[in-house]
Write a protein that binds this ligand. Structure first.
Ligand SMILES: CC(C)(COP(=O)(O)OP(=O)(O)OC[C@H]1O[C@@H](n2cnc3c(N)ncnc32)[C@H](O)[C@@H]1OP(=O)(O)O)[C@@H](O)C(=O)NCCC(=O)NCCS
Length: 150
């Protein structure tokens, strides 16, 4: 498929489709309430392939520091480079808003996401013990950071 990739800001009207993608892709999905609150406080983006909505991402920017809070590619569309394109878009936005670095937390078991972040240029800088609720108990978060250049 060679449909063009495009991005636009998320709105409240997009949340039904966002939640479908989120719930199918994630073991611990964000709820409608979390997305609604994020729309008021953070920068929330959608990714399209042609006309089809294929992913979303949320970043928080405070002064010169960004945090990647959510990045999700539709389950059926994963493994084709869309995650990297979405991450690149979100980091360009963060840089444009003045961020010099981006931080994120990732579940220690989420190797696919970890590899994506490493490929982009993130480095692991710490671990938060028992940060996430897990299926059989709590799970550690790995903290990663990436400098944002032009
Ligand atoms: C993490 C996530 C966003 C990655 O999205 P994605 O679109 O699958 O990412 P990419 O396609 O860019 O990369 C995934 C893999 O596909 C490979 N790939 C990329 N383009 C490819 C292509 N054209 N052909 C074959 N493989 C390709 C990549 O090398 C990568 O392989 P690896 O994981 O073995 O290193 C996605 O898996 C997801 O939404 N997961 C659920 C939500 C989640 O965990 N989010 C992160 C929370 S911190």
């Amino acid at each position: 498929m060679n449909d063009a990739i495009s991005f636009r800001p998320m709105t409240e009207a997009d949340l039904d489709e966002v939640l479908k993608i989120e719930f199918a892709a994630f073991s611990h999905p964000w709820t409608r309430g979390i997305f609604s609150d994020s729309l008021k406080s953070y920068h929330c983006w959608l990714m399209f392939e042609g006309q089809q909505q294929v992913g979303h991402g949320v970043i928080q920017v405070i002064l010169d520091e960004a945090h990647l809070l959510n990045i999700t590619v539709k389950a059926q569309s994963q493994g084709r480079g869309l995650g990297l394109k979405l991450l690149e878009h979100l980091m360009r936005q963060a840089h444009g808003l003045g961020a010099k670095d981006c931080f994120l937390e990732v579940r220690a078991s989420n190797q696919g996401a970890y590899r994506l972040y490493e490929r982009f240029g993130f480095n692991e800088v710490g671990r938060r013990r028992d940060y996430y609720p897990g299926v059989g108990g709590r799970e550690d978060a790995l903290v990663m950071v990436c400098p944002l250049f032009d």
